[in-house]
Design a protein. Structure first.
Length: 549
């Protein structure tokens, strides 16, 4: 009879996940304008009934929406890279295109526009805005203008002072109803001699046509984390406001609010009218600082890293917020820290200080006994000092080793190695520490050269409770303890069974598996004393069957 042998092998396996993030739909309230965009296959590449932000920003062509009865062009601001817009002959009353940085051609003639915002558009070279109700037109920030037709409006101010008036080959501002007395330019001599500049006889040129705006604002900054900072505009003679918050966000509101992340942010406020703009700024310092000194039995700890972590109830929130290298006096400094609860952990240079282990504020070697620092909004925390914990080696010939691996709920595939984790060896039922180490890339840890005694092995991961620990006794008969393995899930650290080949019963001889244990690939070699069918069942560290070979 042929014999059947079953081998149980525990191997960690790696599973990769990928996720996709859907773009947001663009708000397009005008049904006519939306139908036009959705019906254009070059824009609506997905072919659905919506335009998403990726479709809008990636579109590089032109949009012809002329003569359709459109009253609202909301949504156009998401088309940041398209090059041409024709919305002539609609019923628009206001049009703001400053976000459309790729635009070079605009025809918005024959609407009911009383506001046209074309600020800071570097590629805009042609503007047709005739036959509207504009009283002010400011192109002073649009340096590429070569052609402008703005006749038959009610202009009282026209600002062409963009530093490149000589590039404007054609300008028509006729039909101003007798109100456009001054056109603001860079070069009066050029304007007077320009052959293709047309305006009513009462219009004159000047470098400054009227009273410029003067920028100013007040703020209630700084504020606590998550609370909006308010800005109150105090400018004078202004008709347009723009805010740059220094963190990539901006606003056109007169009195905006904004939530800042911790840090130093330079806020710029631009106030302008058709005559001239003015800019003022203010530095927002959001968050306060934490200062401390680190010492050990020999004085200041002069080589190490301080780590700031938010203290939360869930493991995923224990992220590193800031790190700082200890200086020659053992001092550290965290900047712009928002109000919250924190853990502070110090890692020493283990080469220079081999008996000093990673320590939490203010003198603890495990996270759940550490002091939680409650940091406020407005005042720096000074004197957050830490005394490092030191080991008391007990030399000998004993050894303890094992792995730290992921379990259910950790957020990765079961049985993956957890590297860079603190593992500490202490004398059982005491506060004496013998040694400390970190898991390697395979999740492996080793304590070597241990003397006889009773020891407890602790795995320290902030946010995870220790459900169970290994207690071992090294004596003359028991010198080596291998496969002291721990699993970690979303809430706890716990003992798991051994990894690798421990024992089996069969007619197999000369059995070898290497590397053992293995993380993804392994070579298995064996010989049989007689002919047999052999089945290898592969299990992960949690006892789940992965594959039969």
């Amino acid at each position: 009879m042929k014999k059947r042998s079953t081998l149980i092998i525990a191997l960690p396996f790696l599973i990769f996940f990928s996720t996709g993030i859907n773009a947001q739909f663009v708000n397009i309230p005008d049904p006519i304008f939306k139908a036009l965009l959705v019906g254009d296959g070059a824009i609506n590449t997905s072919g659905d009934g919506e335009i998403d932000s990726n479709e809008a920003s990636s579109y590089l062509g032109s949009i012809d929406a002329s003569g359709l009865g459109i009253s609202d062009l909301t949504g156009i601001q998401c088309f940041t890279n398209f090059n041409s817009l024709d919305v002539a002959g609609n019923i628009l009353t206001s049009l703001d295109l400053h976000a459309c940085q790729g635009l070079n051609f605009l025809d918005c003639s024959g609407n009911n526009l009383n506001n046209l915002s074309l600020f800071y558009m570097p590629l805009l070279n042609t503007v047709f805005c005739q036959n509207n109700q504009l009283t002010c037109l400011d192109l002073s920030t649009d340096t590429a203008i070569v052609q402008l037709v703005c006749c038959n409006n009610f202009l009282t101010s026209l600002n062409l002072k963009n530093g490149h008036n000589t590039s404007i080959a054609m300008m028509n501002a006729l039909g101003g109803g007798g109100m456009l007395y001054c056109i603001q330019v860079d070069n009066i001599g050029y304007a007077l001699g320009a052959p293709s500049w047309f305006h009513d006889t009462w219009s004159n040129y000047n470098i400054i046509c009227g009273t410029p705006a003067i920028a100013g604002f007040n703020t209630n900054a700084p504020q606590c984390n998550g609370t909006a900072v308010a800005f109150t505009e105090t400018s004078s003679n202004e008709t347009f406001w723009q805010w740059d918050f220094g963190d990539g966000s901006s606003s056109l509101a007169q009195n905006p609010t904004h939530i800042f992340s911790p840090g130093n942010w330079i806020v710029s406020h631009i106030a302008r009218n058709c005559n001239q703009a003015d800019t003022t700024g203010y530095t927002i310092v959001q968050g306060t600082d934490i200062y401390g000194n680190v010492t050990y039995s020999g004085g200041p700890l002069t080589s190490g890293i301080a780590v700031l972590m938010p203290f939360q109830s869930s493991y995923t929130a224990f992220d590193t917020l800031q790190t700082d290298t200890l200086d020659s006096f053992g001092a550290y400094h965290f900047t712009n820290v928002c109000n919250d609860d924190y853990l502070i952990k110090i890692f020493s240079d283990t080469v220079l200080f081999p008996t000093i282990i990673s320590t939490y504020y203010d003198n603890e070697w495990v996270w759940d006994s550490a002091t939680v620092l409650t940091h406020g909004c407005y005042v720096d925390d000074i004197g957050v000092d830490i005394v490092m914990v030191e080991t008391t080696p007990n030399p000998g010939t004993g050894m303890a080793a094992g792995y730290v691996l992921t379990g259910p709920g950790f957020g990765r595939a079961d049985g993956e190695p957890v590297h860079g984790v603190d593992v500490k060896l202490g004398v059982t039922a005491s506060s004496t520490l013998i040694a400390a180490t970190e898991t390697d890339t395979a999740g492996h840890y080793v304590f070597a050269n241990l003397g006889n005694g009773n020891y407890t092995i602790y795995v320290d991961i902030p946010g995870l409770e220790r459900d169970s620990v290994y207690n071992i006794t090294i004596d003359a008969l028991n010198q080596q303890f291998l496969n002291l393995n721990y699993g970690v899930d979303s809430v706890k650290i716990y003992i798991v069974g051994p990894i690798g080949i421990e024992d089996f019963s069969s007619d197999i001889s000369g059995f070898n598996i290497y590397p053992n244990p293995s993380s993804d690939n392994a070579i298995i070699a064996y010989s049989l004393s007689s002919e047999a069918n052999v089945q290898l069942d592969v299990y992960n560290v949690l006892g789940m069957k992965v594959q039969s070979l």
